[in-house]
Ligand binder design. Structure first.
Ligand SMILES: *Cc1c(COP(=O)(O)O)cnc(C)c1O
Length: 392
């Protein structure tokens, strides 16, 4: 199943990248091995020189990992994919592969906390500076460009405020600047949004989230043109932020149900968001699938639906927000998302707790803000669990 062009996405999610072994197993095999053996010395030499593209060592190639890479590239509509140990390993690998000292990144404020810290605190030590701009302000992206700008990095919808970045517009600004546009497609997955179709050059994933979908393993991926993934591969081969074949296998099996999970979790999120809007204890609901979202129309142009993360601001700041969390009996109190189990988190004191208060304010993360990543339970049960702490 490697000639995948004409197949529907739900078929690709189940069939792309299968390489059966001599045993003819039906389900994808798990090749849990660190290295591979050669028939003879000449083959070993050819493998190491690259003349023979067979496997050598699982730091840089493994058949189970290859299945994941082929499948995800097909789903995103990209030329190639490199899987990594985590989402952050993917973002680091992309930066190391495409940037050098003296280069400049333009990134949105509305980024995952660790992405922001990686850019602001780690890459800066190696002479790569980042200018963070208001997530939805196209003029600010344009104004942030410098002669040495090489990479634009955005998330849409953003975490946790679900701000929408106009993909086509930012792609045009990046390309005018001679830079690549990379999009963290964690929240939508290729089921709901395919950034490459809107002009993005590269998609990165935390496969830890919806691609696995059941909160079991860490993983990440970079999808894009071979010119980029080949550079990423060189970094992976030498630096080793590689995914375990076991984790890759779990994610491969997760992809098979991605479409039905994303559609069902997104429908649950919309139902929950509508109910939250009616609660007097809540001052604001952030969900791209609601007509009240300031960028609802743009979201519906880029995304098939609003996705599964709903954030909302309760009246009464941190105390009221923590009360909602502490009154839950079913919803999992955890920073993770992208699980069949609904999760709740207070971004200001958890996922976004380490950034400066000024940066937090600029990103719009208030003390009353809560983020719910809606799972596959009955929406009525999720509602009842939240209603207790909201006094509704
Ligand atoms: C979780 C997450 C990451 C980081 O992924 P890990 O797999 O935890 O390293 C990056 N971006 C977004 C949007 C995330 O939610």
């Amino acid at each position: 199943m490697n000639d995948t062009q004409e197949l529907a996405p739900e078929t690709l999610a189940i069939r792309a990248g299968i390489e059966r072994s001599q045993f003819g197993e039906h389900s994808e095999a798990l090749y849990l091995t660190s290295s591979f053996v050669f028939d003879n010395a000449a083959q070993a030499a050819a493998r190491f020189s690259g003349d023979d593209d067979g496997n050598v060592y699982s730091r840089f190639s493994n058949p189970t990992v290859a299945t994941l890479q082929t499948r995800l590239a097909a789903l995103e509509g990209g030329q190639a994919c490199i899987a990594t140990a985590s989402g952050m390993a993917a973002i680091l690998s992309l930066a190391m592969a495409t940037l050098k000292a003296g280069d400049h990144i333009v990134a949105s404020y509305g980024l995952f906390g660790s992405t922001r810290q990686l850019f602001a605190n780690q890459l800066s030590k190696f002479g790569i500076d980042t200018r963070f701009v208001p997530t939805t302000d196209l003029a600010a992206y344009r104004a942030a460009v410098q002669p040495n700008t090489r990479l634009f990095f955005i998330e849409t919808p953003s975490n946790p405020l679900t701000e929408i970045v106009d993909l086509a517009a930012v792609a045009a600004i990046a390309h005018d600047a001679g830079a690549l546009l990379a999009v963290d497609n964690c929240f939508c997955t290729p089921v709901l949004q395919r950034p490459l179709e809107f002009g993005a050059d590269v998609v990165v994933h935390s496969a830890t989230k919806y691609l696995d979908g059941q909160g079991r393993v860490l993983g990440g991926a970079i999808v894009g043109p071979k010119a980029v993934t080949e550079e990423v591969f060189k970094f992976l081969r030498n630096a080793g932020p590689s995914i375990s074949p076991f984790n890759a296998w779990v994610i491969v099996k997760g992809l098979e149900t991605l479409k039905i999970r994303m559609e069902a979790q997104s429908a649950n999120a919309l139902a929950l968001a509508r109910w939250l809007e009616d609660q007097p204890a809540i001052s604001r609901v952030f969900y791209p699938g609601l007509p009240s979202h300031p960028q609802h129309e743009l979201a519906m142009r880029q995304q098939k639906s609003g996705a599964a993360v709903v954030s909302f601001e309760v009246k009464g700041g941190r105390e009221a927000a923590w009360r909602v969390i502490d009154a839950t009996r079913m919803i999992s109190i955890t920073g993770n998302l992208g699980d069949t189990k609904t999760t709740i988190t207070h971004p200001a004191t958890t996922t976004h707790g380490r950034i400066t208060p000024e940066a937090r304010a600029a990103a719009g993360i208030t003390e009353g803000l809560l983020r719910v990543a809606v799972g596959l339970e009955s929406v009525a049960d999720v509602r009842a669990d939240l209603a207790r702490g909201l006094g509704s």
